[in-house]
Write a protein that binds this ligand. Sequence first.
Ligand code: NAD
Ligand code: TYD
Length: 341
Amino acid sequence: MKILVTGGAGFIGGNFIHYMLKEHPEDEIVCLDLLTYAGNMETLEPVLGNPKFKFVKGDITDRDFVFHLFEEEKFDVVVNFAAESHVDRSIYDPEVFLKTNILGTACLLDASKKFGVKRYHQVSTDEVYGDLPIEEKDLFFTEESNIHTSSPYSASKASADLLVQAYMKTYQLPATISRCSNNYGPYHFPEKLIPLVITRALNNETIPVYGTGENVRDWLYVTDHCRAIDMIIRSGKEGEIYNIGGHNEKTNLEVVKAILKALNKPESLITFVEDRKGHDRRYAIDPTKITEQLGWHHNYSFEEGIKMTVDWYLSHREWWEHIINGEYQDYYEKMYGGKEQ
Ligand code: NAD
Ligand code: TYD
């Protein structure tokens, strides 16, 4: 099987590539990534010598480029991770979110249709469902929950989902969609809560907590998400949406305190700052469908996952220090400078 992974130099796409090359050494993987600020070739360094892996730098919104790539490579499966993914950035500057997340998805859908891809998989998010009240603990997002977005980011992801559904119905494109809760783990860009707390605490810097810190997120270790997507592209039913989550709800303050404890750092580093505009209160996924239909369940508890993540950041200081000092953006030029086709 030949699989196109877009956005594979980012957090989840990168973990997915590592996972797939290990679990399915017979498959070929091509990664297409624009290397925006969030893309990092150092994340892919361990697989760059693997003959089953190829990296292509490019933009999912560039139609000529994408169509040419599909014609040449003849992909069996496309998994679209490529996106602008940070809610706070979408609040300051929505436009690139609309371009990449909506027009980029449309371009990949057209190319998948034209070149007869056997399965297109859209990596979506639980944020398309909006938020839930903090106090009503028995309410969860199911696949039937209404789309009810809060941020330009989630609105752009929901728009992409609607396009995928339109292509399934109108053109019978063989597609699936997954909506996962918040991920954490290795190679997570340190603008997001968990890696931000780890890296700032290691540098003895203050930890900014938005509002009161009582907002709830449902955290899943990234490998559990990768395994779910692998199951969906192999055994998921065309036309279906699958929610992915491990019933692990935590307030932001609980998460921050757990990390500070694991690093033996004082809670006095916590600083409450102005709340995010439109801040979603609570996300909580009901994963019954993927559990019953595909046999997926999460393997890692939050306690195990946080320990593994903290250990990874402790033993991969170079990876995140290169992000903080900007050196990671030179890596592609160093490795590939002058070699572009
Ligand atoms: P990320 O920001 O870490 O990575 C995004 C990647 O996409 C980067 O490598 C970037 O260079 C690439 N990219 C951006 N624009 C591009 C373009 N125009 N063409 C080609 N590549 C481009 O994001 P992530 O956290 O790994 O999220 C991956 C996907 O999973 C996203 O679609 C996101 O919406 C979804 N998701 C994320 C989470 C989470 O907790 N992080 C949870 C559920 C779903
Ligand atoms: P984030 O990692 O940005 O993911 P998302 O907004 O997609 O859920 O944020 C997770 C939670 O942490 C969210 O409720 C906002 C909060 N947060 C802070 O309190 N401080 C921070 O510096 C950041 C980045 C997030």
